[in-house]
Design a binder for this molecule. Sequence first.
Ligand SMILES: Nc1ncnc2c1ncn2[C@@H]1O[C@H](COP(=O)(O)OP(=O)(O)OP(=O)(O)O)[C@@H](O)[C@H]1O
Length: 209
Amino acid sequence: MSAAVTFTTVTCRYGRRTAVDAVDLDVAAGEHVALTGANGSGKTTLLRAALGLHPTAAGTVTVGGESARSGVEWARRRRDVAWVPQRLAPGRFPLLVDELLDSGGHPDAARAAAGQLDVGGLGRRPLHTLSGGQLQRVFLARALGAVTAGARALFADEPTAALDFDGQEQVATLLAKLPVTVVVVSHDRAMTRACDRVAEMAAGKLRVI
Ligand SMILES: Nc1ncnc2c1ncn2[C@@H]1O[C@H](COP(=O)(O)OP(=O)(O)OP(=O)(O)O)[C@@H](O)[C@H]1O
């Protein structure tokens, strides 16, 4: 099942610097949107805010019409939205590949996806020993497990940035088939072509192309 995702005048700051400036974006249930734009334009911060990983100075993000304020609601948001981060969060070592895969809520599906993404044999490896491309594949596999576990949307932050050309095509094809709402930050043509719509951020503001 997929859920609509609605960003309403979302504003985020780092100290006095505004990184996301009153962004409105309606993503229909099941729609796939690519988010592009210059480095530093606010894409990562916007997605992190939707997951409760960065505070909003103003505005709201709803998933399936539900907003999140309390700890319980944010925990539900993180089950509702599978997340493929750009990089490892600092301070979470040493986590093994299998532990990360299992954290998506459906170990069997995540491990099957890891096999499909050619990282099936890495289960006992600490995450910090993986190459950038291997790590991206493992995060994707966990997210696919989360979708099997019931996530209704998937957010991904440059999920193919470290992949070779074949890997970029493979992941774009795989995400295109997902029956959930997708918002993917990407500069990769294979990925933007596979999406229904492209939205571009510039200096914290969003415009739909
Ligand atoms: N931890 C931080 N502390 C202070 N400023 C930050 C921090 N993280 C990001 N910023 C600033 O916020 C703005 C938006 O950053 P963000 O990472 O959201 O951009 P982005 O569009 O995802 O960039 P990229 O394409 O390079 O990944 C930038 O000006 C950046 O320098």
